[in-house]
Design a protein around this ligand. Structure first.
Ligand SMILES: Nc1nc2c(ncn2[C@@H]2O[C@H](COP(=O)(O)OP(=O)(O)OP(=O)(O)O)[C@@H](O)[C@H]2O)c(=O)[nH]1
Ligand SMILES: [Mg+2]
Length: 356
């Protein structure tokens, strides 16, 4: 099951209180203060795990509490530290914290093994031994532990893929990803077979690779909720290149040029932006004219080709099922991915001139 948005509560542990105690020993009258300090409470961390691709774990358990710090004790014994907890999340998880009824983004976990503290444990209090001075040898002062932070969080998974496959239902997106990667989503000849996004890694010669996301099909009016709506388009926000798959066989009963224009419009109407402010419609697009093995009316491909030529959008005629035309398509996609990675790297070095 794919879950990409959850709300949870996290509570760090309270600090332990400092002890009030005096040394009592035979033959040692008025032994000094020996109340130990309380220990800090445990903190709550989020840690990315590359083997996860859903927030499903948080669907059932929603409250997470770290351990409280132990109280100080006599004989200057310090309490035991509260135990930390680590919540594992998929890479691409964006974390929002509720502040004054508004969720504010506090972290974006995009790296493998990235760990962030999300709620800090409270400090332990001092025991009375701390307060002994030359003028006050028997202090009775102690400190309570401080409370741990408590937070309401919203976790939103936005998959991290280099390339997004978009298109009408049945266009062949899942067939494509199963041909070019090890992903094995369900493929069937009815619309809306794919109900959740799938990720696959495409390996090219050398050690070149990129990640592809197959998302559920779009239809006209998706931006206003038709079909599965745009719920899954947020998973394409962070892609660098879109491959728009258009069915050019006559099986769809629609016109390929119109299909292309309809989906293009839906992408334009999607309001989401990536971190650099780029919209889906700003991303480079490569069109894969699919099902050429079943191209019963070559006119359909020709019309699409000349339409895209006018729009300066590259087209590759392919058969995702038979594999025809896929190598040159993947090379073209790779070139766009590299160009986009270079643009992103240039932007980071402008933003942070110290990082060479
Ligand atoms: N002849 C032919 N059929 C294809 C080709 N690619 C996909 N198909 C068929 O088209 C149908 C839909 O394929 P899918 O890969 O499930 O399409 P999809 O775009 O993932 O569809 P949704 O998940 O519903 O959005 C299946 O019956 C496939 O076998 C192709 O290159 N040639
Ligand atoms: Mg599919």
């Amino acid at each position: 099951m794919f879950v990409d948005e959850v709300e949870i509560q996290v509570a760090a542990g309270h600090g332990g209180r400092g002890a009030l105690s005096f040394r009592r020993e035979k033959f040692v009258p008025r032994g000094g203060p020996d109340g130990g300090d309380g220990a800090p409470g445990g903190s709550v961390y989020l840690l990315t795990n590359p083997n996860l691709n859903t927030l499903l774990n948080f669907r059932f358990q929603k409250i997470f509490e770290a351990g409280r710090g132990g109280h100080g004790e006599g004989s200057n014994r310090r309490g035991k530290n509260g135990s930390d907890i680590e919540l594992q999340v998929p890479i691409g998880t964006v974390v929002y914290e509720k502040r004054d009824d508004e969720f504010v983004q506090v972290a974006d976990l995009t790296d493998d093994g990235q760990r962030v503290m999300i709620a800090k444990g409270g400090l332990g209090g001092h025991g009375n031994a701390t307060y002994a001075t030359s003028t006050n040898r028997a202090p009775r002062k102690t400190q309570p532990g401080l409370p741990g932070e408590e937070k309401s969080l919203r976790l939103h998974l936005k998959l991290l893929a280099d390339v997004g496959l978009v298109g009408y239902p049945n266009a062949g997106k899942s067939t494509m990803i199963s041909r070019i990667s090890a992903a094995r989503p369900k493929i069937a000849d009815y619309p809306f077979t794919t109900l959740v996004p799938n990720l696959g890694v495409v390996g090219l010669s050398g050690d070149r690779s990129f990640v592809v996301a197959d998302v559920p099909g779009l239809i006209e009016g998706a931006h206003s909720g038709h079909g599965l709506g745009t719920r899954f388009l947020s998973h394409l926000e962070r892609t660098k290149v879109l491959v728009h798959i258009v069915d050019v066989s006559s099986a769809s009963g629609r016109d390929p040029v119109e299909d292309y224009e309809v989906i293009k419009r839906e992408l334009e109407l999607f309001p989401g932006r990536d971190a650099s402010g780029e919209r889906l419609a700003d991303k480079p697009v490569i069109v894969a004219a699919n099902k050429i093995d079943a191209l019963d009316e070559p006119e359909r491909l020709k019309k699409l080709r000349s339409h895209l030529l006018e729009c300066h959008v590259p087209l590759h005629a392919v058969s995702a099922a038979a594999g025809d035309g896929l190598p040159p398509l993947l090379e073209a996609v790779w070139r766009e991915v590299v160009a986009a990675r270079e643009r992103a790297a240039a932007m980071t070095s402008v933003a942070d001139p110290v990082a060479e």
